[in-house]
Design a protein around this ligand. Sequence first.
Ligand code: 2RA
Length: 292
Amino acid sequence: MKTVGIIGANGVVGRTLQAEFKKIKTPFEVKLLGRQDEVPALDAAVFCTDNPDSARLYEQLKDRIGYMVDMSAHFRQDPQVPLVIPEINPHAITANTRLIASPNCTTTGLVMTMAPLRKYYSLTEVFFCSYQAISGGGKKLLEEFHTAGSLYENNCVPLIGSIQENGYSSEELKGIYETRKILELPKIKVYPHTVRVAVENAHSLGVTLKAKEDFDLALVKQAWNNFDNLTYSEDIITPKQANGQETTYACRLRADVEEKNIIHYFITFDNLLKGAAMNARQIIELLLEKYL
Ligand code: 2RA
């Protein structure tokens, strides 16, 4: 039987992944490991770790682990490393792949709604403003949120990650470069703005999307509803409803008041599920079915 490890099994994503692994039908053995533990030889492993730990673990373990799935941002822009959302680009994994990066949670929700439209439209520009849940910041941020006087209490904070030299936050830059890589649209213009809000779990985004062609709203809704793990709702959907759900919800689709080649909509999705652990579970399922 194949053995798959979760390294960083006790973090917020690691714990969610333990529950996700129970949904996998192919039998396999799970090894739960801390980031400092001695790691045995494994057929595959998911690194639920941050950038420095992921870089270190890869160097230490690359000869002992068959396939590695990394949840951090460290390898996402490496041209040799596929950045994979199984509904969108499973083809990026080949027989020679050893290391697979799982994307940023906010980018994941965004591209889940853009990917089904590529078949019908040449997408040229996307603007988004995120409303990101506290759980995206991990255990520490959740603890801080529940401490009296927290900056995040009853508030929204327009900074996620760290401010870079060009004034963007690291989270915003992920939104630009990961969108381009996953969708294989290297020239698409992405205008990101990321904000942390006082919501415990489930990220949301307000999105404006532009194409070369005029949009047909009925076709957009149909394309979304035909895509795996994506649901368009005529009702208002909020993070409270997305919390604990596997599907990414889109709602409030409308045409721009002046330009027919621009649409506006709202997305909400569970950042710990599709934005992290569910995506990792789907990658492991794909590896178990095709490569392991
Ligand atoms: C956040 N996107 O929400 C990040 C999680 N990696 O902070």
